[in-house]
Design a protein around this ligand. Structure first.
Ligand code: DCP
Ligand code: MG
Length: 242
C-alpha cells in the first residue's frame, strides 16, 4: 500500500479572525512521508500559525491545506487527529496521572506502548524514578514537572498515537543539547516512514532536514537544505549567526 501522510500547502494565506492583515501569505510547500521539513524564522514570523492550519485549529482565508490529496476541510476531525499529531509550543498537561496524560489521544494504547513512547521521548527514567511510575500524579498544567519533562511527556503522547504526520512546534528547546540529540536520534527510527514538520530555534536541530523553509513576516523567503541556504540565504545566515 502507498504510504500516507502527504502534506501540501497550496498558496495559503491566513489572517486571524477579526484581524486586518494576514500573518501568512501565499505559503506553498509539500512534505512527504520519510521527509523532515524544518521551519525557521524569527519570533512572530508565523511558524506556529502555519502548523495550526493542518489540524484545523484555524482555516486559511485563501488557498488550501491538503492531507493525502484531500483538502483538510473535507476530512472528519477524527480522521485528521488519527493521522496528524501536533506537539504544541506550550506543551499542555492536565491534572491526572502520567498514564492519563499519555493516553489522551489514544485510550486503547497498552502500557508497553506508553513505555516505548517514553523511551523514545527520553522520558523513561524520570517516570521510572517516580514512586507510582505511570500512575504518578500530574498537577493541572503540569506545574509539578519541569519544562523539559513536560515537553518530553507531550512528545511521548504524540508518539503513542502513531500518526502519519508529526508537527513539532519548538518541541526541543527546553531540552539540553545532549538530550535533544539523543531524542532526535531515537525519533528518527520511529518516524522513518512518517512525515515530520519541525519548527526549531536551534540550528543544530534542523541541519539534517530534507528541506528548510525560511519564514519571514509570514512569507517563505528562502528554501533549501542547510548547506544550500548557507550559500544562498542572507536571512538564514543571520539566523545561524545569531
Ligand atoms: N497572532 C495573532 N493571534 C494569535 C496568535 C498569533 O494575532 N492568536 C499573531 C502574532 C504574530 C503572528 O500572528 O504577529 C505570528 O505569530 P506566530 O505565533 O505564528 O509566530 P511564531 O510561531 O513564528 O513566533 P515564535 O517564534 O515566537 O513562536
Ligand atoms: Mg511559535
Amino acid at each position: 500500500a502507498a504510504l500516507t501522510g502527504v502534506v501540501e500547502y497550496r498558496n495559503v494565506t491566513f489572517a486571524y479572525p477579526g484581524a486586518e492583515s494576514p500573518v501568512l501569505s501565499n505559503i506553498s510547500f509539500t512534505a512527504r512521508p520519510g521527509q523532515t521539513i524544518a521551519i525557521i524564522g524569527s519570533t512572530g514570523a508565523g511558524k506556529t500559525s502555519l502548523l495550526s492550519l493542518l489540524p484545523r485549529l484555524y482555516d486559511p482565508v485563501e488557498g488550501q491545506v491538503l492531507l493525502d490529496g484531500v483538502p483538510v476541510d473535507k476530512l472528519d476531525r477524527a480522521e485528521i487527529t488519527k493521522r496528524v499529531a501536533l506537539v504544541p509550543q506550550r506543551p499542555y498537561l492536565f491534572s491526572g496521572t502520567i498514564e492519563h496524560n499519555l493516553r489522551f489521544g489514544k485510550t486503547e494504547a497498552t502500557d508497553q506502548e506508553l513505555w516505548d513512547a517514553l523511551r523514545v521521548a527520553q522520558g523513561e527514567s524520570f517516570v521510572r524514578e517516580k514512586k507510582n511510575g505511570l500512575g504518578a500524579r500530574i498537577s493541572q498544567g503540569g506545574t509539578n514537572v519541569s519544562g523539559g519533562q513536560r515537553q518530553r511527556l507531550c512528545i511521548a503522547r504524540a508518539l503513542v498515537t502513531k500518526p502519519r504526520v508529526y508537527l513539532f512546534d519548538d518541541s526541543f528547546s527546553a531540552l539540553d543539547v545532549a538530550t535533544d540529540a539523543r531524542l532526535r536520534t531515537a525519533l528518527k527510527g520511529i518516524t522513518r516512514d512518517a512525515t515530520v514538520i519541525i519548527v526549531a530555534q536551534r540550528i543544530s536541530t534542523i541541519t539534517e532536514a530534507d528541506q528548510i523553509l525560511v519564514l519571514d513576516n509570514g512569507r517563505i523567503v528562502d528554501r533549501g537544505t542547510h548547506e544550500e541556504l548557507l550559500e544562498t540565504s542572507p536571512t538564514y545566515q543571520e539566523i545561524v549567526e545569531s
